[in-house]
Design a protein around this ligand. Structure first.
Ligand SMILES: [Zn+2]
Length: 221
């Protein structure tokens, strides 16, 4: 719904912006705009999709594994929807079972990232796109969802390796979109309005997690 309309609007915007850039360059009397500068202007134009490369990840520490397209919606964040939240989830199953579920078009849900108990990270949906992870349209549109391998009632599943890997990932997300590192902006699935999910559960150590994120954020990049 609205997909065709959006791209039509987008096309019109490209036209206007192309004219504008052309005009600016002409006014300067010369094509002084460097190629990368032009590319950046184009990139920042609302309604124009950012260039995408197959298999590209937003976080250097992640391995790309594509989710089924049924489990997310193509978008152009943060230009069409601002990103100001990270939602923390727990998989209630193994890393591999979560990957499988997100690849299943019938699952109708998936998060951007999965962090394993050994600290490895898979990205399954681009941050540009809206992942169906929070069960709430507004929260989906404004957040990045991170799954953690384990069960909410098994505190031993939440390993130091997992906390640290997830904190490094969240620190980068917060830096990228200028998201404050606090409990207003880094929330559990359980805190999303309307949800009946309980993850990450009472064993998730929020103080420790936020401390690790702050440390990763101020540490060397
Ligand atoms: Zn969840």
């Amino acid at each position: 719904m609205g997909q065709g309309k959006a791209s039509k609007d987008g096309d019109r915007k490209v036209g206007r912006r192309a004219l504008l850039i052309g005009g600016t360059a002409a006014a300067a009397g010369t094509a002084l705009l460097a190629r990368d500068e032009l590319a950046r202007l184009w990139w920042r134009t609302p309604g124009v999709e950012k260039p995408r490369k197959e298999g590209e990840v937003d976080y250097a520490g992640a391995r790309w594994v594509a989710a089924s397209e049924a489990n997310w919606r193509r978008a152009d964040r943060p230009d069409d929807y601002g990103i100001d939240m990270v939602v923390v989830h727990v998989t209630q199953g193994s890393f591999d079972s979560a990957v499988k579920a997100f690849q299943d078009p019938g699952h109708r849900a998936a998060a951007h990232y999965i962090v394993g108990q050994d600290g490895h990270v898979a990205q399954m949906i681009r941050e540009l796109d809206v992942a169906y992870h929070a069960g709430n349209r507004d929260y989906n549109e404004r957040s990045v969802g991170i799954e953690h391998e384990g069960f909410v009632d098994r505190p031993q599943d939440f390993t130091d390796e997992m906390y640290e890997a997830s904190a490094r990932l969240t620190a980068r997300i917060c830096a990228r979109y200028d998201i404050p590192v606090d409990r207003e902006h880094i929330v559990g699935h359980v805190e999303v309005p309307g949800t009946d999910h309980t993850d990450p559960g009472r064993h998730w150590e929020w103080d420790k997690y936020l401390r690790l994120i702050r440390r990763a954020r101020t540490g060397p990049a």
